[in-house]
Design a protein around this ligand. Structure first.
Ligand code: 5GP
Length: 194
């Protein structure tokens, strides 16, 4: 998605060979007009999947997921990370190791928001090793609902997450695919020198 790639080039900051910071439009301050375009794009890409709900994870997945939900006219559920929630009954839970925080969190969704007739689109801001997406898949499958696609805003294609999810048979659609973050620069797959 050209608009997103341009925004990453101008406003993204390469923190290391593995981490990109996009705090000015996605992870802290949010650019609503860009989120709207992202939501529209996801709605178009997955228009033939008869999606009934979108599932994401707090907090950075919420903005793009809500915009996608608006364009697809379906509800959006975000998995919560707060541990205290696990004290309550009626929760689906999974463990997720966080790439950026290097800690493991329990994530959960109330059972009442997912059922076996649901066709779910999972959305997240970044895809690195695939742990967050796999945790969300786990929650959806615990509810006997079906994951029909995984929509990612920024995929770091040099990390194993995308490949892992594709090998498991999931449809993965990423709006920006990063080939490398070497030398402090973002290189997208589609601008790779052949
Ligand atoms: P994974 O679970 O695929 O290893 O990592 C995805 C999660 O880690 C995302 O939910 C995202 O919040 C965070 N993440 C992974 N890589 C990056 C990155 O380069 N920059 C930022 N800001 N977040 C990242």
């Amino acid at each position: 998605m050209r608009l997103l790639e341009e925004k990453i080039k101008t406003d993204g900051r390469v923190i290391s060979e593995n981490v990109l910071k996009v705090d000015s439009f996605l992870n802290h301050q949010v650019d609503p007009s860009l989120m709207n375009e992202i939501g529209k794009e996801f709605a178009e890409i997955f228009s033939n999947e008869e999606i009934t709900k979108i599932v994401t994870i707090e907090s950075s997945g919420i903005a793009p997921a809500v915009m996608a939900g608006l364009h697809m006219n379906v509800p959006v559920i975000f998995a919560r990370k707060r541990k205290s929630l696990t004290l309550y009954e009626g929760l689906l839970s999974a463990s997720v190791h966080s790439f950026t925080k290097n800690e493991t969190n329990d994530i959960s969704i109330s059972k009442k928001y997912l059922n076996e007739n649901d066709k779910i689109l999972i959305i997240d801001d970044f895809l690195a090793n695939g742990q967050a997406a796999l945790g969300l898949v786990d929650l959806v499958e615990q509810a006997n609902a079906k994951v029909v696609g995984i929509g990612i805003v920024i995929e770091k294609s040099f990390q194993p997450g995308a490949q892992k999810l594709i090998e498991l048979g999931f449809r993965v659609e990423s709006l920006a695919r990063i080939e490398s973050l070497s030398n402090g620069e973002v290189l997208f797959i589609n601008e790779k020198v052949k």
